[in-house]
Write a protein that binds this ligand. Structure first.
Ligand SMILES: *[C@@H]1O[C@H](CO)[C@@H](O)[C@H](O)[C@H]1NC(C)=O
Ligand SMILES: *[C@@H]1O[C@H](CO)[C@@H](O)[C@H](O)[C@H]1NC(C)=O
Ligand SMILES: *[C@@H]1O[C@H](CO)[C@@H](O)[C@H](O)[C@H]1NC(C)=O
Ligand SMILES: *[C@@H]1O[C@H](CO)[C@@H](O)[C@H](O)[C@H]1NC(C)=O
Ligand SMILES: *[C@@H]1O[C@H](CO)[C@@H](O)[C@H](O)[C@H]1NC(C)=O
Ligand SMILES: *[C@@H]1O[C@H](CO)[C@@H](O)[C@H](O)[C@H]1NC(C)=O
Ligand SMILES: *[C@@H]1O[C@H](CO)[C@@H](O)[C@H](O)[C@H]1NC(C)=O
Ligand SMILES: *[C@@H]1O[C@H](CO)[C@@H](O)[C@H](O)[C@H]1NC(C)=O
Ligand SMILES: *[C@@H]1O[C@H](CO)[C@@H](O)[C@H](O)[C@H]1NC(C)=O
Ligand SMILES: *[C@@H]1O[C@H](CO)[C@@H](O)[C@H](O)[C@H]1NC(C)=O
Ligand SMILES: *[C@@H]1O[C@H](CO)[C@@H](O)[C@H](O)[C@H]1NC(C)=O
Ligand SMILES: *[C@@H]1O[C@H](CO)[C@@H](O)[C@H](O)[C@H]1NC(C)=O
Length: 813
């Protein structure tokens, strides 16, 4: 019997079906295993960023010269010019740190760019564009005087299609998200700006994400708060899904990791020793600092011991009428050291973790001062002249004398390119590309310009395009190119007649389209949208503002209806097989150049090359496996809010594949204006003859990203791709691995473990090589607490989507 059979049994317990919550033993998830003490950093190099030891030496010298209060001030947010601030320490010439949202722009700043959202970036499947986006974002943060970029996002991963912040991150597939994290971080940090991988961990819903005061305080004085939702996640799942992309982030040398609002197995993420001390600093060898999400700290000593290094925003009182938020650190931490509760060596490690990335990225040399137009917490755009911090920051030389610095450079070119690359064409009966049409209609409320201002924060406004979503991941725009505006410009050049109706209410009123549009155009472009935002999960996957009905009405009256959805994730699109719907383009959240990007694709100046970073199922209930938990508040139970991740590893395509369910548009799918073929014969080769079965030799000290053996290439897979169509285009060949049966029941049927994007001219053929690292073939072994390669036959599937497999092979271990 293969040893993993027992492990697999442990993974599922006595569960006959992984679907059922009936065998879920809630008691096992009521506590999180204690992992103490918090590991000291060692200055070990990350694979993609070296120089940690030398930077640690500088940090050590710097910290050695600080008083206890000064050290604690590096660990405690303070009022200041930015969304998060570490106060200057003028005595030693330290100018403080300015932390800004993130993740698709420097959120509140003027004269800055708004990039495509993480979702659009993932949908491009383009590593180079991911990295360049990171680099340009980093340049803009630097130009505005912000040392710390609050991004990128790998949590939420996208367990539930309804989660309000999925679009800030990349994809529910951990491999694709891992690549996007790595490329983004390398790009950002190449400019000398710190990246913050967030939100650690299992933060998969907005609903109940923060504690709430109970209604019944007087009746039940013992319970004054219901605690944040607890994400109850089994060990293998937290490793193989939710930790996976963070491992890439740590390996890329990320400066900081932000802990999340939720609890994990009952313990707050910013106070959970298993996830911070154990998984992050222990297994992943993380060398930077952990930072709390804003008001995500719920304890002082307990958080410090569990591995939290910096609390944000610190003590803060943003509304004179509201009580301030306690910092938990600050004076309390100083006192806890003085009275011997917390060892000063722990505070030293915290301070060194904060200062090492600062020196590593050269932030001690020539970093620009904060631009006063960048915006402080929570959302002020200008400094209040009476702010009590202004004098000290100015005296420290931390404020730029110039305001409204224009940091946009030529970034709009990339934004236009990536915006188009992140659009996914899922249906095309020859309607696209448009070729100098004589007469077109542009309809739907997402086609036009915005009418309520250029800072989308938290309102699902009716008229106007949605270049990005809402919440703290939104941004202030300098400029938005709406689809109608760009189409009109193009139409003028082509001599095309453009008719338009942007009022959805009219479009669903009898005759509202039919009686107005004359003549019936050659093509009707329908722009429909779906809002998503931090702070609230979507209450359905329907399009907003009667979007589905708008499409049905137009399709009834126009035999060439081309639908463009503008949305932060999955939608139900019941009209997808309607014969008059001739093309469907999912535009996602493409950023400020939306109109130009979509015109490039619709007219064929850019051949669509985006691929679905998620699965589009037929009905909303098809996604039931990851329902958002929202139990009725029980004022008598502080522990009432529980989210059991009973689906374990089976989210998104892993679910639909496991249960053999058909879906209209699967993960990895997307059309082009050309066709590609992939030769059925592929070559699979081990890199060396030595056996890789089981657990690799352990490392004696921490290495960022975990045991380097996990990242060694162990197999290569080579395939040949050809452009068989008439125009140049980009193919996205994908590699999926099927683990052997010994990986256990509940293991996904196949998992993405490689992809590449290549451009091919008509008739051109190229060879692509995928490399498989040991981690790509491993499962998390809950008994040995190590990654382990199971024994048996591994299936190798190469194709153009998770279900369009063109070539298969296998090897045995
Ligand atoms: C949560 O509880 C499950 C079940 O006992 C366990 O497998 C897992 O390791 C725990 N994880 C954390 C972070 O506490
Ligand atoms: C961290 O280093 C200090 C010395 O600076 C030492 O006292 C402490 O035990 C170390 N902690 C761990 C967890 O190794
Ligand atoms: C400590 O700070 C003083 C200034 O107060 C400075 O002269 C000295 O060089 C500093 N030492 C180190 C190691 O940074
Ligand atoms: C110290 O912690 C207490 C809660 O125990 C809090 O009420 C107080 O505001 C904190 N002090 C500071 C300076 O943060
Ligand atoms: C030490 O100080 C901390 C922070 O104020 C406090 O929580 C703790 O109870 C104190 N311990 C003792 C022994 O006084
Ligand atoms: C933008 O400008 C930079 C620096 O001037 C240049 O290297 C880059 O090629 C330009 N990018 C584009 C897309 O034009
Ligand atoms: C939108 O159309 C409806 C139905 O025709 C109409 O009642 C409403 O006034 C229109 N809205 C605007 C802003 O014109
Ligand atoms: C579309 O056509 C149908 C059938 O002719 C008609 O009843 C309906 O009112 C039209 N819809 C609109 C919005 O014009
Ligand atoms: C398709 O459009 C044509 C032309 O407007 C219309 O006659 C026909 O009924 C439509 N088909 C459907 C299924 O709505
Ligand atoms: C979860 O999904 C099922 C199946 O669609 C549905 O009946 C149920 O109401 C959903 N529950 C929640 C809390 O959304
Ligand atoms: C909460 O407890 C109070 C006092 O025991 C009781 O009267 C009330 O019914 C309880 N409420 C709920 C929702 O259980
Ligand atoms: C799905 O199909 C495969 C292959 O036909 C079969 O082995 C497996 O049992 C099916 N799974 C379920 C849950 O029906």
């Amino acid at each position: 019997m293969a040893p993993l059979t027992t492990l697999a049994a442990l993974f599922l317990g006595a569960v006959a079906s992984v679907e059922g919550a009936q065998d879920w033993d809630s008691a096992a998830f009521a506590t999180s295993p204690p992992v103490y003490p918090s590991p000291n950093m060692t200055g070990a190099d990350a694979a993609s960023l070296s120089g940690w030891a030398a930077a640690l030496e500088k940090a050590e010298a710097f910290v050695a010269n600080l008083t206890l209060e000064e050290k604690v001030s590096l660990l405690t947010g303070a009022p200041g010019p930015c969304v998060g601030n570490i106060a200057p320490i003028p005595r030693v010439g330290f100018k403080g740190l300015c932390l800004q949202d993130g993740p698709l722009a420097i959120r509140q700043a003027t004269y800055a760019s708004v990039f495509p959202a993480g979702l659009s970036t993932a949908a491009s499947w383009d590593r180079d564009l991911m990295k360049l986006r990171g680099q340009y974002i980093g340049e803009e943060f630097r130009g505005k005087g912000s040392q710390v970029y609050l991004g990128p996002v790998a949590g939420p991963l996208g367990r539930s299609a309804l989660a309000g912040r999925n679009w800030e991150g990349f994809s529910p597939d951990p491999y694709l998200t891992g690549v996007a994290m790595e490329e983004s971080i390398i790009g950002v940090q190449s400019t000398g700006v710190q990246a913050v991988a967030k939100h650690w961990i299992a933060y998969e819903q907005e609903t109940q994400r923060n504690p709430e005061d109970t209604f019944d305080k007087d009746t039940i004085p013992s319970v004054d708060q219901i605690m944040s939702v607890s994400s109850n996640v089994e060990d293998r799942t937290i490793h193989e899904l939710y930790t996976w992309p963070f491992a890439n982030a740590v390996r890329a040398g990320v400066a900081s990791v932000m802990c999340s609002y939720n609890r994990i197995n009952g313990s707050y993420a910013c106070q959970n020793s298993k996830t911070m001390n154990g998984i992050l600093k222990g297994e992943l060898g993380f060398q930077g600092y952990t930072m709390s999400d804003w008001m995500g700290t719920h304890g002082g000593v307990a958080s410090v011991e569990a591995g939290l290094d910096q609390t944000m925003p610190g003590a803060w009182n943003w509304e004179p009428t509201l009580p301030g938020v306690p910092s938990w650190f600050g004076g309390n931490l100083t006192k806890a050291v003085e009275n011997g509760t917390v060892a000063e060596s722990r505070v030293d490690d915290m301070a060194k973790r904060v200062m090492t990335p600062f020196y590593l990225l050269g932030q001690d040399e020539g970093f620009p001062g904060v631009d006063a137009s960048s915006g402080a917490y929570p959302m002020n755009n200008q400094f209040e002249p009476e702010s009590d911090w202004l004098e000290s920051w100015t005296a420290a030389g931390a404020i730029n004398t110039e305001s409204n610095v224009d940091v946009r450079s030529n970034h709009s070119k990339l934004i236009r390119e990536l915006g188009a690359a992140g659009m996914v064409l899922i249906k095309n009966n020859g309607a696209l590309p448009l070729s100098k049409p004589k007469d077109i209609a542009v309809v739907g409320n997402a086609a036009g310009d915005v009418q309520n201002g250029l800072y989308y924060h938290d309102v699902n406004y009716e008229p106007g395009v949605l270049p990005v979503g809402g919440g703290s991941g939104s941004a202030r725009f300098e400029n938005v190119v709406a689809p109608l505006e760009a189409i009109k410009a193009r139409a003028k050049a082509d001599g095309t007649h453009v008719q338009y109706i942007l009022n959805n209410t009219r479009l669903v009123t009898p005759g509202g389209f039919h009686d107005m549009i004359y003549p019936v155009p050659e093509a009707c472009l329908v722009f429909v949208k779906a809002w998503a935002s931090e702070g609230a999960d979507r209450d359905s996957l329907e399009l907003d503002w009667q979007g589905n009905e708008v499409v049905e009405q137009v399709a009834q009256n126009c035999s060439n209806t081309i639908v463009i959805t503008n949305s932060g994730g999955q939608n139900v699109i019941p009209w997808h097989s309607h014969p008059n719907v001739t093309a469907i383009l999912l535009a996602h959240f493409p950023g400020e150049e939306f109109g130009n990007s979509v015109v490039d694709v619709l007219y064929g100046d850019v051949n669509p090359s985006g691929r679905l970073p998620y699965t589009l199922a037929e009905k909303e209930s098809d996604y039931y496996f990851a329902n958002i938990t929202s139990s009725v508040s029980n004022p008598n139970d502080t522990n009432a809010w529980q989210a059991d991740f009973t689906e374990r590893l089976l989210i998104d395509y892993r679910h639909f594949d496991y249960y053999n369910l058909s879906v209209p548009y699967e993960f990895g799918f997307g059309l082009s204006y050309t066709n590609f073929s992939l030769s059925p014969s592929i070559t699979v080769k081990p890199v060396s003859n030595s056996s890789i079965a089981g657990v690799p030799a352990p490392t004696t000290s921490a290495v960022p990203g975990g045991n380097p053996a996990l990242w060694e290439d162990v197999y290569t897979v080579t395939a040949t791709v050809k452009n068989t169509g008439a125009v140049t285009g980009k193919a996205v060949p994908q590699l999926y691995i099927q683990l052997p049966a010994s990986a256990g029941e509940g293991t996904p049927v196949k998992q993405l473990r490689g992809f590449t994007k290549i451009e091919l001219t008509p008739g051109e053929e190229k060879t692509v090589t995928f490399t498989l690292a040991r981690r790509d073939l491993s499962i998390w072994d809950v008994v040995s607490q190590e990654w382990s390669v199971p024994s048996g036959t591994f299936g190798v599937h190469v194709g153009f989507s998770s279900r369009d497999i063109k070539a298969k092979s296998s090897f045995s271990i």
